[in-house]
Design a protein around this ligand. Structure first.
Ligand code: LAC
Length: 226
């Protein structure tokens, strides 16, 4: 395997816990917080794929709001503009998983170039990374918005090699979304799946390296330096 020269992380679901919105949702709609959060996330990903396939791009923030309204309708919740605004704001204040900062610090101590590659639009990424107080760790923030498409489109993964000026085979891509880890490996990255929940491997014909925490991903990278 070639030397690794940088790490790119997925953001939503990998660095930031998208289900940290469930607590706010629960205060607004008692008994429905978890369900709303799950449906919201599923529909959000669904819309990224539908729009990418049809060439009907709108920014991820808009998709996220559309998915929230659909999820609310599905659960027959009476979601007014104020509740919608609160939950959308919550998306800029997601919590970083507990294993994130220690892993980033470990890599940073080795002078590793660190970046993110996300479906999120630049405004949302900036707000969310700073909201979670992890913005300072990243040398580059790459958004699918630059190519008006979404993962798993190769045009999105191509942003990594193009901006880092290294081939994908020399970049470690880290995601907790199994399908995203597969998409990155399809493209040609060295891919690492952070499987925190013990989910089954996606059946997509590739098997990324995997572990149970971001610490495992950092160790995988550092191991390759030796
Ligand atoms: C992202 C999606 C996978 O951050 O949540 O790109």
């Amino acid at each position: 395997m070639a030397t690794l020269r940088a790490v790119l992380f997925d953001v939503f679901g990998t660095l930031l816990d998208v289900h940290s919105v469930a607590a706010r949702a629960e205060t607004l709609f008692p008994g429905q917080g978890q369900r709303l959060s799950q449906l919201w996330r599923e529909k959000q990903l669904d819309y990224t794929r539908l729009r990418a396939l049809a060439g009907r791009y709108v920014p991820f923030t808009r998709i996220t709001e559309d998915a929230l309204m659909f999820a609310a309708d599905t659960l027959r919740l009476d979601m007014d503009g104020a509740a919608r605004g609160l939950l959308m704001h919550e998306y800029t204040q997601l919590t970083a998983f507990a294993d994130v900062v220690p892993a980033l610090q470990k890599l940073q101590a080795r002078d590793v170039t660190l970046g993110v590659l996300s479906n999120g639009d630049p405004g949302l990424l900036e707000d969310a990374l700073h909201g979670a107080q992890i913005g300072e760790y990243f040398d580059l923030v790459l958004s699918a918005d630059a190519v008006h498409s979404y993962k798993t489109s190769p045009a999105v993964y191509e942003l990594g090699p193009r901006n880092l000026r290294h081939p994908a085979s020399e970049i470690l891509f880290v995601s907790s979304n199994g399908w995203d880890a597969a998409g990155a490996q399809w493209y040609g990255y060295v891919s690492f799946w952070v499987n925190r929940s013990g989910a089954p491997m996606e059946k997509l014909g590739v098997e990324p390296a995997s572990g149970t925490s971001l610490a495992d991903a950092a160790a995988f990278y550092i191991d390759k330096l030796q």
